[in-house]
Design a protein around this ligand. Sequence first.
Ligand code: BDR
Ligand code: CA
Length: 308
Amino acid sequence: MTRRPILVDCDTGIDDALALAYLLAEPAVEIVGVTTVSGNTDAARAAANTLSLFELAGADDIPVAVGAHDFRGRAYAGGAPHVHGDDGVGGIALTASARAHDARAAVELIDHLASRHPDLTVLALGPLTNLAAYAEAPGVARFDRLVVMGGAFAHSGNVTAWAEANIHNDPEAAAVVFAQDWDTTLVPLDVTMTQTLDATDLVRLEAIPGALPQALAAMLPLYLDFYAGRVFPDRRCALHDPLAAMVAAGVLRGVSVSSGHVDVRLERGERGRTVSSRGSSTQRWVRGMEGSAVEVLLGRLEGREWPG
Ligand code: BDR
Ligand code: CA
């Protein structure tokens, strides 16, 4: 089987780590590169986390480039240690990799891989800062498809009442990305909040031998602690980034989908809110009216079961 090449742009926290581990094991895809961005943690730490995880998996040849530290509209201000731990991976003290990060800038690495793989899928699991820079970089290669974990439509936000974290961190960048004529699929909270990992799943993960599953199992209790009681009544957590990874791998597809312009609110109070402009042309949208249609997965997904 030909494996679909995929570049992951991420802010390697706990659910990003789960997504990377899933993609390493998924026969439908091959991770050909990773670029990092600040979000759950800072971009340099996200790259260090990714290199450590790859070392645990024996994946020693995937380039990992450090992307944007600061966002477009504001400086990075410390990530989400209450959700992902001080180190982004649940405070488990991953051993630093002996391998250094790739010396190229994120835009350069994406361009290199898009030139080499015309069928490249880009999977964005963090703020869209690097992808906005790519959109504005002159003469770069076009990639095949973009899948983004981000946004909230009928579902409430997870940072403010309206806004999801990846979009809220850098709404100006998201507006630029959604205005491109790229083949873009958005995987928002509307679907990711329905896909959860619970205490029983954690026990199953703990039983899998190997350095990578053991590290994932060790980082999950902190993530479960954040969700338990606060977001879900029982001990379970949302699988935002792994779900988007399964969509990018082509093993899950949306049954309930909306396709139209996605606009990003920039004003105070609603900053980072994503709005589908479909059928609402009388309202004043802040940005992105000229963008091409973005596919938004809104409800039920179908395809393969979450790997056992
Ligand atoms: C998204 O924000 C980050 O904290 C997670 O890794 C995920 O990408 C969920 O809103
Ligand atoms: Ca993420």
